[in-house]
Ligand binder design. Structure first.
Ligand SMILES: CCCCCCCC/C=C\CCCCCCCC(=O)SCCNC(=O)CCNC(=O)[C@H](O)C(C)(C)COP(=O)(O)OP(=O)(O)OC[C@H]1O[C@@H](n2cnc3c(N)ncnc32)[C@H](O)[C@@H]1OP(=O)(O)O
Length: 261
């Protein structure tokens, strides 16, 4: 029985390989995958997850599209980069424009988030940390664009009122979260899946709540499974440096990700 479970997990790991990057969008539209993940989540036993046929599944919300909470600077910059895109990045697609806008959903991977040993209730309720607020504009509002040719990512980030740290300013942990998200997204584009091994941050000047800032990441070097990425957070005109960081990401195999480390 144990061998069968392990074989099943290995099969799942392989079949998930091509699906992870597309996240919830793809997974919720493939009932067979959800059923298999249901087996996996329940410890490889006989329980399955009831799924709707794909044509009845609601289309997941893309959180990186403009909404009414976006300020004028957020909208202006979104338009600036969007006008240099010729398409959205989907798996296997090569961009034709200079930039590609990355869609963003509120689940990273249904049923496997945080490891397969969590209870089904926890797994069903798991949400991506940066996309877990129902109130638009309250938390993390952001959109990431990638420039594959120049090995760069840029994120336009508007910090909501729930991210307060020092009075009127963004919490350092929230800034770290966004840096991890942007550099992690960048590393995932280069080689997926990845995990953050190291993150070093220097906070240079506070970010006022409600401000829009730019978060730019660039690949410094690659050594085997290691990707060294640097990142800076600046005002949108580039005149003020808020934060600088370096990060190390390691490519991992899917079983490492699924078993939660
Ligand atoms: C996750 C993405 C999933 C995809 C989802 C797609 C949907 C997209 C949606 C939304 C995108 C949002 C994107 C967000 C991204 C966020 C990412 C995170 O926050 S990840 C959570 C925090 N990180 C951990 O919890 C790691 C915990 N640590 C580990 O699991 C391991 O330690 C790991 C994987 C990092 C390394 O373990 P080993 O066993 O694979 O590798 P070893 O053998 O230890 O090291 C390999 C080499 O790397 C060096 N190394 C390892 N750790 C190092 C460190 N901390 N500093 C320096 N070097 C290190 C070692 O010295 C070694 O180097 P030598 O080959 O000998 O040269």
């Amino acid at each position: 029985m144990k061998a069968a479970i392990n074989r099943h997990r290995a099969d799942m790991t392989r079949s998930l390989g091509g699906l992870l990057f597309r996240g919830v969008h793809s997974l919720t539209s493939i009932p067979a995958v959800r059923t298999q993940l249901g087996h996996l989540a329940s410890g490889g036993a006989v329980r399955t997850v009831m799924t709707l046929p794909s044509f009845l599944s609601p289309k997941p919300r893309d959180f990186s599209l403009p909404n009414s909470s976006w300020g004028s600077e957020m909208l202006r910059l979104h338009e600036h980069y969007n006008s240099q895109c010729e398409g959205e990045m989907e798996e296997g697609e090569e961009g034709r424009g200079l930039w590609l806008r990355l869609p963003s959903y509120n689940r990273s991977l249904k049923y496997a988030t945080g490891g397969v040993y969590l209870s089904k209730m926890v797994q069903a309720n798991a949400r991506l940390f940066t996309r877990n607020s129902r109130e638009q504009g309250a938390g993390f509002e952001y959109v990431v664009f990638v420039n594959k040719k120049e090995n760069k990512c840029v994120c336009i980030f508007q910090a909501g009122h729930l991210l307060e740290g020092p009075p009127g300013c963004v919490h350092g942990g929230a800034i770290a979260t966004m840096i991890d998200t942007v550099t992690g997204t960048h590393a995932n584009v280069l080689s997926r899946p990845v995990m953050t091994a190291n993150l070093n941050i220097n906070y240079r000047s506070p970010i006022p709540l409600g401000n829009t800032v730019l978060i730019e990441s660039s690949l410094d070097s690659r050594e085997g499974r290691k990707m060294f990425i640097s990142c800076k957070v600046t005002s949108t005109d580039g005149s003020k440096l808020h934060t600088e960081a370096t990060a190390l990401f390691l490519s991992v195999n899917f079983s490492h990700l699924l078993k939660g480390g």
